[in-house]
Design a protein around this ligand. Structure first.
Ligand code: UD1
Ligand code: UDP
Length: 379
């Protein structure tokens, strides 16, 4: 029997594709315990199409949709509109706890907005650090700010907890939970194992009998401009020089990504550019791939669980666990290095097998439960 008969009001705010995937298990976890929690979801819609794909798959109907995405939006206007728009939501619902995730503009601006109103802030995926303020930009500073504001910190790993302790965050307010991305992945991976539909069909036809499928994604701001020029040049070279290779690249909708990728790679033999895939199709495709080239945070966490080697097109990572385990390598945006590592993994079977060992440093798929139970215990 609860100490407190009044239901605790939980508000989860998120705005981009990865936040939605990683918050979905938590939305479900709180909503299932209706007798304890009055749970509402607010989406800023910092992303639109890419967010809606995730909401559809997980069956989340937002209680508040701020619909803020604008084509080619900038950080200043997005930050200020999120602060102003979430204020109205907070004043309407009056949550006991605000949940934000990770390091996006949505998380940090919402956390700040809640702090101004004296609302308790819970930070999911807390404590990731590169301690380099330009990489990833602006995410490293976003998560440090959110870490300062947060009352409760849900750290995915012991290493992320240690980062928070180094910043003098009180150990009592930190809980190591694993990453909710694994909750989402494990619940979805079996559902999509034999996916066959109008999205997967043409991809399967493109792959044919190839045993050298390379999956690519990229979007980081610090790679815009020169970084993407070099990434595309490397992909072009690999597509033309490697027998039997098939490169599939679901291209992020950011115009700063669309433009260079389409300019360099549209129409190149052995390269298939697609729209961003919905989450089930994307998991299915990760499973078809031999290796993954990406600058994504979430994909670095998912791929080791699927036994897929990852070449990370960044110079820094706040996710050292898979690098330490040898399933992920940092290649930056250096054209020669991308080509060399990619060719080595495609052709050196021993090396491939060493890197493709199944490894799961990011949790057991029960992170959301641990978070919900912690809040239940606080009632
Ligand atoms: C954002 C996050 C980044 C996260 C990434 C996940 C910040 C500062 N950046 O970067 O941390 O890793 O999302 O993908 O919070 N667009 C669309 N439709 C969509 C989504 C985006 O058209 O569904 C286009 C729009 O032109 C938009 C632009 O992409 O203005 C940039 O979106 P934005 O969220 O500002 O930046 P991302 O690079 O997506
Ligand atoms: N993802 C997806 N469709 C795609 C590409 C990625 O559903 O076409 C998923 C992927 O499985 C992961 C998340 O989106 O869970 C990663 O998002 P992104 O790379 O945009 O952001 P980051 O993780 O870098 O913040």
């Amino acid at each position: 029997m609860s100490k407190n008969n009044k239901r605790t009001k939980i508000l989860l705010v998120f705005g981009t594709r990865p936040e939605a995937i990683k918050m979905a298990p938590l939305v479900r976890g709180f909503k299932t315990l209706e007798e304890f929690f009055d749970t509402k979801v607010c989406v800023t819609a910092q992303h639109r199409e890419m967010l809606d794909q995730v909401l559809d798959f997980f069956g989340i109907i937002p209680d508040y949709d701020l619909d803020l995405m604008r084509p080619g939006q900038n950080l200043h206007s997005l930050t200020s509109t999120i602060i102003n728009s979430t204020k109205q939501v907070f004043e309407d619902f009056k949550p006991d706890y605000l949940f934000v995730h990770g390091d996006t503009t949505t998380s940090t601006a919402s956390a700040l907005s809640a702090f101004y109103l004296g609302i308790k802030v819970c930070h999911v995926e807390a404590g990731l650090r590169t301690n380099n303020k330009t990489s990833p930009f602006p995410e490293e500073i976003n998560r440090q700010i959110t870490g300062r504001i947060a009352d409760l910190h849900f750290a995915p790993t012991q290493a992320s907890k240690d980062n928070l302790l180094d910043e003098n965050i009180n150990a009592e307010n930190i809980l190591v939970t694993g990453n909710t991305v694994i909750d989402a992945l494990l619940e979805s991976v079996e559902r999509v194992a034999n996916l066959k539909n109008k999205i997967t069909q043409p991809i399967s036809e493109f792959i044919g009998d190839s045993k050298k499928v390379v999956l690519v994604t990229g979007h980081r701001r610090e790679n815009h401009g020169e970084g993407f020029e070099k990434i595309c040049a490397a992909l072009n070279y690999i597509a033309n020089s490697e027998d039997d290779v098939k490169i599939i690249y679901p291209v992020h909708l950011n115009p700063k990504v669309q433009e260079p990728v389409n300019r360099h790679l549209a129409g190149v033999d052995n390269i298939l550019l697609t729209d961003p895939l919905a989450y089930p199709e994307f998991i299915w495709l990760m499973n078809q791939a031999k290796i993954i080239l990406t600058d994504s945070g979430g994909i670095q966490e998912e791929a080791p669980s699927l036994g897929k080697p990852v070449l990370v097109m960044r110079d820094t990572t706040e996710r050292p666990e898979a690098v330490d385990a040898g399933t992920v390598i940092l290649v930056g945006t250096n054209k020669e290095k991308i080509i060399k590592e990619c060719q080595s993994l495609l052709n050196d079977q021993n090396r491939f097998e060493k890197m493709s060992k199944l490894h799961n440093p990011y949790g057991d798929g029960k992170a959301a439960n641990k978070i919900v139970n912690k809040i239940k215990a606080c009632r």
